[in-house]
Design a protein. Structure first.
Length: 387
């Protein structure tokens, strides 16, 4: 993925499996660093005023109720005509990955590489190219469906795709040639794939944005030096740059990282300064840890029910995997949660969600994981740079 000096990031070291027959995580093992975090709980809505109560009593007559229903129906009809349905569905859960997921992907080979893509319901305003990390794949960004039965649909990945589609971005993901991406010929191949795909689908005149996570972040940082991009997003990655710095015309750059990964955070800070000194707009976003609650998993993983989420949370509480505030004591990859579930006797129910749960546990700990927590802030920044 990176140069010889960054081989630690090219091929992550193996993590000793904590559960029999479990596959190693595609992300780095975490250092055991404790960090504090804060959360805000929404306050309760104020009680209705006396005037509101009197008004409610007056609306209990049949005639008044009928009038109220007609007004409400008219309001819904008017609202549905002014806002696309894709933006209405799931709006109450904008902060959750359980909102409306993409459902119409196309799987095909582009320039000899396996690719998955989807167009938004409304005319596209831009193209989002997403580059996965080591030992990951495009299928993580779409849920299983008739059009993509092999898709995995990891919650954070799908949330990024879904939000981008709702914001009218055409989304394209191309598989790496190996476990990790190379930074030589593969960069040129990705450029050709993007150009041929946009031309074929009538998107050739639209601005292109590239987003890459982990090794994908290194990849898109190099891609941005080889083709015209409106913006580039490096997630949990500091990018790879030539010693001379960024080349002329390098696009605005956003680094979305987790500060608990202090080595990457320090390198991100260094590269932000370098880019700015080269006249490139550069911004830094941080994704912090969050507490594990009884419904966090069901709130963020579509299809996982509240009851199962609560049972898993109870295991974490009883085993001491979380502290008194609910924060993970260790990285999800270093927490023997699978063994604990097996011991409780309900692993069969959990096994189909193991990869999804693992991603959310890593996210909760806040160390080197895909994150959709800053989706809106990230996409707002991207939209500011569309030409």
């Amino acid at each position: 993925m990176a140069t010889e000096t960054r081989r630690r990031d090219l091929t992550p070291p193996r993590v000793m499996s904590l559960v029999p027959n479990s596959s190693p995580s595609p992300l780095y093992p975490a250092s055991q660093i404790q960090m504090s975090g804060t959360t805000r709980r929404p306050g309760k809505p104020p009680p209705p005023s006396h005037a509101a109560k009197r008004l409610a009593l007056r609306l209990t007559t049949p005639l008044a109720s009928l009038a109220l229903l007609l007004c409400a129906a008219a309001g819904v009809l008017l609202y549905s005509k002014t806002i696309p349905a894709s933006q209405i569905v799931g709006r109450s859960k904008e902060s959750s990955t359980a909102s409306t997921a993409p459902s119409s992907p196309t799987v095909e080979s582009i320039e000899g590489a396996r690719a998955i893509w989807e167009l938004p319901a409304a005319p596209a305003r831009g193209v989002l190219f997403v580059a996965h990390g080591c030992r990951c794949r495009p299928e993580n960004f779409w849920p299983p469906s008739q059009r993509c039965p092999g898709c995995v649909g990891l919650p954070e990945d799908v949330a990024i795709t879904a939000r981008a589609l709702r914001r009218r971005f055409a989304v394209l993901a191309v598989a790496s040639a190996g476990d990790c991406r190379s930074l030589g010929k593969e960069v040129g191949a990705a450029k050709r794939a993007i150009q041929s795909w946009t031309a074929k689908n009538g998107l050739g005149g639209l601005p292109v944005v590239a987003l890459g996570a982990s090794s994908g972040g290194y990849f898109v940082s190099r891609l941005a030096a080889k083709m015209s991009l409106a913006a580039v997003v490096m997630m949990i990655s500091e990018g790879v740059f030539d010693p001379a710095g960024a080349p002329p015309g390098y696009p605005p750059s956003l680094f979305l990282h987790m500060p608990k990964d202090y080595k990457t955070a320090a390198l991100v800070g260094r590269n932000v300064k370098m880019l700015r000194s080269n006249g490139v707009e550069a911004r830094e976003l941080q994704s912090l840890e969050l507490p594990l609650t009884p419904t966090l998993l069901s709130d963020r993983i579509p299809g996982l029910d509240h009851g199962l989420s609560e049972r898993i949370w109870k295991v974490f509480s009883e085993e001491g995997f979380v502290d008194e505030r609910g924060y993970m004591r260790k990285d999800g990859r270093a927490t023997p949660w699978k063994n604990a579930v097996v011991k409780r006797g309900f692993w069969e129910e959990v096994s189909q969600w193991a990869k999804h749960i693992q991603e959310e546990l890593n996210l909760a700990y806040g160390y080197h994981e895909m994150t959709s927590l800053q989706n809106d802030e990230m996409l707002n920044w991207i939209e500011e740079h569309l030409k």
